[in-house]
Design a binder for this molecule. Structure first.
Ligand code: ZN
Length: 156
């Protein structure tokens, strides 16, 4: 599945599950719309292990935007350590992607990573964004038919 397919499938699955759990009302529709960048992020994040993939470029861009947006909520927040938070996120992300270079369909294509991802979203945002993130991430694994908890250990 290409990146468009992953994004569409994630949007569909998060929307349907929000309806099914009756968490989506007119009042929370706005929250769903705000969660779309996180849903797109979660749907594409597993493919950062494909070098120069469109998914990797979109995620690189979103990481920078989210890190800056979060630390720039107010000028005071930025001065009170927001800049450090942005640098930490960017540093951690680019070290993982460009120095550790996860193998394709390895650690990023696991339920373990899906939970780590949504825990991170929970810490930065809130529980409902974390749920959307988790469903979006798992939708990627379902679409790849690659549902496992931890990566297989490869013997060379
Ligand atoms: Zn994938």
């Amino acid at each position: 599945m290409n990146w468009r397919g992953h994004v569409l499938f994630a949007l569909l699955l998060t929307f349907v599950s929000a309806l099914a759990c009756q968490t989506l009302h007119l009042s929370t529709l706005w929250e769903y719309l705000w969660a779309i960048p996180i849903i797109v992020f979660g749907a594409l994040f597993p493919d950062i292990d494909i070098e120069t993939s469109k998914a990797q470029r979109i995620v690189n861009f979103l990481v920078i935007v989210v890190a800056l947006a979060y630390s720039f909520t107010t000028p005071a927040a930025f001065l009170n350590g927001g800049w450090r938070f942005a640098l930490e996120i960017l540093g951690a992300y680019f070290i993982v992607v460009y120095i550790f270079k996860p193998s394709h369909r390895g650690i990023t294509h696991t339920l373990f990573s899906a939970f780590v991802f949504s825990a991170f979203v929970y810490l930065v945002f809130n529980l409902s964004y974390a749920c959307y993130g988790l469903i979006a991430y798992i939708s990627h694994l379902i679409a790849d038919s690659h549902l496992r908890f931890l990566p297989k250990i490869r013997r060379k």
